[in-house]
Design a protein around this ligand. Structure first.
Ligand code: FES
Length: 249
């Protein structure tokens, strides 16, 4: 089998637009194409300790790529013209081939993880289901782009999804709600749900094995940096990994 070559590009930030969900950071990089759900590894060059971190790709043009940097990330505090090292796109986009529709599911704290689908494939996004006690503010945020319904709890979410069509489901939930979803949702729903796996990414190139999650179908687990970060829910042994997942508040 031919070995994959992963090139690290030394490049620069060309623009930053800070928004509610984080900063949209544009980085000079030619000829990148991506699928929503894939990420770029970015290492900033201004800290004493310089690690690369994964950032979901929002857009790509002939000369640049734009990623979303959460407010507490290294990339968020960079200025235009800052030096960065990048490698990617990494991971796998979860969207099925064709023009099938998608239902998005998120909580206020995790909604940034599904934004790439709204930005680059909004024509396929049929509905956004926001889960939480009071997610109204976030519902208004997206009203113009997509029909949004607020649902108070995971059990009602599963009931609502059961009554819907055959759309693929792309979801980002915190670990507790993810586990509840897995417990309440019938198997048919789980089989069409691609869930964001909020595990730590180390090397981002499949070498360190730090991102592996347990799976009954794969004896050595699944590398999230290669097959994720969105994985079909029924492939993952959530109980084994739930305590290594990151919670957002
Ligand atoms: S992050 Fe190193 S193998 Fe996935």
């Amino acid at each position: 089998m031919e070995k994959e070559t992963i090139k690290v590009h030394d490049t620069r930030v060309t623009g930053i637009s800070r928004q509610e969900a984080g900063a949209l950071v544009t980085i000079a990089l030619k000829g990148i194409s991506f699928q929503p759900g894939q990420f770029l590894m970015v290492k900033t060059c201004d800290g004493e300790v310089r690690w690369g971190y994964p950032y979901l790709i929002e857009e790509a043009g002939p000369e640049s790529v734009t990623v979303l940097a959460p407010a507490r990330s290294d990339l968020y505090r960079q200025l235009p013209d800052s030096e960065v090292a990048v490698w990617g796109p990494r991971g796998r986009g979860p969207l099925a081939d064709g023009d099938g529709t998608v239902i998005l599911v998120a909580q206020p704290a995790t909604v940034d993880r599904i934004l790439p689908f709204l930005r680059s494939t909004s024509h396929r996004c049929r509905l956004l289901l926001m889960v939480g006690e009071n997610p109204q503010g976030n519902c208004q945020l997206f009203n113009e782009q997509i029909s949004t319904v607020c649902i108070n709890g995971v059990e009602p979410l599963c009931v609502a999804l059961e009554g819907m069509d055959d759309s693929q489901i792309i979801a980002a939930l915190n670990p507790r709600e993810m586990l509840e979803f897995r417990n309440f949702a019938p198997r048919e729903i789980q089989q069409k749900t691609w869930m964001f796996m909020p595990t730590k990414i180390g090397c981002g190139i499949g070498a360190c094995v730090g991102c592996v999650v347990h799976s009954s179908e794969a004896p050595f687990g699944i590398k999230i940096c290669e097959e994720g970060p969105f994985l079909r829910l029924d492939r993952v042994d959530l109980e084994a990994d739930i305590h290594s997942f990151v919670t957002r508040v």
